[in-house]
Design a protein around this ligand. Structure first.
Ligand SMILES: [Zn+2]
Length: 274
């Protein structure tokens, strides 16, 4: 590496570091998110839910950055055999996240449940359209474990979690059809675990290419994306163009092209051994 290049590299790293520090120094405040629906719970339950939601928002922003629009979180009581039996995001103007919760479970069970990290991860990207629901679910599925790992609550390693989730569905992608068409069909057929985890492989690939070719991880890039670009992007094309612009490359546009055009078997391994 010659002198000017080395200097440029140091400056770039310094710049990234300053942005990351600035992000970390902003404390969580009530204007970062609002909670709706607590009146349906007693005081103790409401306090527990508030702690859970704060922890979820903190853990998500530690990994994916501070979203430009404050999160609007809604809770509803629902009896179930798990703390969060059902949750979804609503993509209207500002966007909101809705959780159906059974407060007979304690705070630890709530914190250990992946659902909140998955739902909050969705909000790191704009609505990608019904044609790219598979990619949106792949993103949230990939990120839920990144967030949990960084928060120190993931059981096992990231590699183990991804392998055990993705491997059972790889047979669908051992095909001459394109990966995108397979993922869309799995989604249409309501084969959700196969659609979600099969699509999460897009981000396994993206993350590893980013680290090899650009010396930055996917979560770090998504963090920086919140500051520069998230508020301006409205569809997948814009997201991919922003991400590629940030790395001054074509990685994301190339990868989506491959998922749309190449036989899935050329992209997917038979077994994921990380
Ligand atoms: Zn989802």
């Amino acid at each position: 590496m010659n002198q000017p290049l080395a200097l440029k590299w140091i400056k770039l790293n310094l710049c990234l570091l300053l942005v990351l520090n600035a992000m970390q120094s902003r404390a969580v405040t009530t204007d970062q998110f609002s909670v709706h629906g607590l009146a349906a719970f007693n005081e103790e339950q409401a306090n527990m839910l508030q702690s859970w939601l704060s922890q979820g928002v903190n853990a998500t922003r530690a990994t994916l950055g501070i979203y430009p629009t404050p999160l609007r979180l809604h809770v509803y009581p629902r009896k179930s055999n798990q703390p969060v039996p059902w949750a979804y995001t609503r993509r209207d103007k500002k966007g909101s996240v809705h959780f159906h919760v059974d407060t007979r479970f304690g705070l630890t069970k709530f914190v250990d449940d992946w659902t909140i990290y998955h739902e909050l991860a969705h909000m790191a990207l704009p609505y990608l359209g019904s044609e790219y629901r598979w990619l949106s679910e792949g993103f949230a599925s990939y990120m839920q474990y990144q967030i949990m790992a960084q928060a120190g609550i993931l059981k096992g390693t990231l590699e183990e979690r991804y392998s055990s989730k993705i491997n059972p569905h790889l047979r669908w992608f051992n095909s001459d059809l394109t990966a995108a068409s397979i993922a869309r069909r799995l989604m249409d057929n309501k084969q959700y675990p196969a659609a979600y985890w099969g699509s999460a492989y897009f981000f396994v690939l993206a993350d590893s290419k980013l680290q090899q070719q650009h010396n930055i991880g996917l979560t770090q890039l998504i963090s920086l994306y919140q500051d520069c670009c998230r508020a301006n992007d409205n569809n997948l094309e814009e997201v991919l163009t922003s991400l590629d612009g940030m790395i001054e490359g074509k990685l994301f546009n190339q990868l989506i092209k491959e998922f749309e055009n190449r036989p899935a078997r050329k992209l997917y391994p038979e077994v994921l051994n990380q």
